[in-house]
Design a protein. Structure first.
Length: 196
């Protein structure tokens, strides 16, 4: 009798733990390879994540290499990520910093159904902001997350920069919403947009 009660209690605890895990994942929201969920916002004809990407895995579960040391950051010719100042405590505030090569895996690094935006998709967003009130732009929640230079050093600026899916190494900043070219070993944030 006691064995039966013991197994019943174990079974109840198991199901309770499972339900707590499901609540943590917020069903219906985009989920990255680590299981992080993201709120979204509709801006014009597009659906964007409201925060920077913070995954350490592609959406198929394959790990993205972590490059903390300056030498490993500057010498890699493949996808890599790090945290601002190599401090994982910044994960939830700023998201991760990714190099160009990681951003070019645009459909695998973002949650399934989302991708790293193209220049045209950023221009659509900028046009929407230009024809809307300032509180609409604020709803995008651009924060100054900092970036990593091609020599491995970190910089915190008064603006945010994100990678654009492009063969040219383009980035966009929210200072004047301008698009510029950056060295491919630069580390920037990624903000994902929903597939059409």
């Amino acid at each position: 009798m006691y064995k039966l009660r013991f197994y019943f209690v174990l079974l109840a605890l198991f199901f309770l733990a499972q339900s707590c895990e499901k609540e943590k994942k917020k069903p219906g929201l985009p989920t990255d390879g680590d299981g992080n969920t993201y709120d979204t916002i509709v801006l014009g004809t597009q659906v964007w994540l409201t925060e920077n990407l913070k995954t350490t895995k592609y959406n198929d579960g394959y790990p993205i290499p972590l490059a903390e040391e300056d030498e490993s950051w500057t010498s890699t010719g493949r996808a890599a990520y790090c945290w601002y100042q190599n401090n994982p405590d910044y994960k939830d505030t700023y998201g991760a910093i990714y190099n160009y090569y990681a951003a070019q895996l645009h459909e695998y690094i973002c949650p399934v159904g989302y991708h790293v935006p193209t220049e045209e998709e950023w221009e659509t967003l900028i046009d929407y902001f230009n024809n809307s009130s300032s509180d609409v732009e604020e709803s995008f929640k651009a924060i100054n997350a900092g970036w990593r230079a091609w020599d491995g050093s970190f910089t915190l600026t008064s603006y945010e920069s994100w990678w654009i899916y492009s063969l040219n190494g383009y980035r966009i900043t929210n200072t004047y919403w301008n698009i510029t070219t950056m060295p491919k070993k630069t580390g920037l944030s990624i903000r994902c947009v929903k597939n059409k």
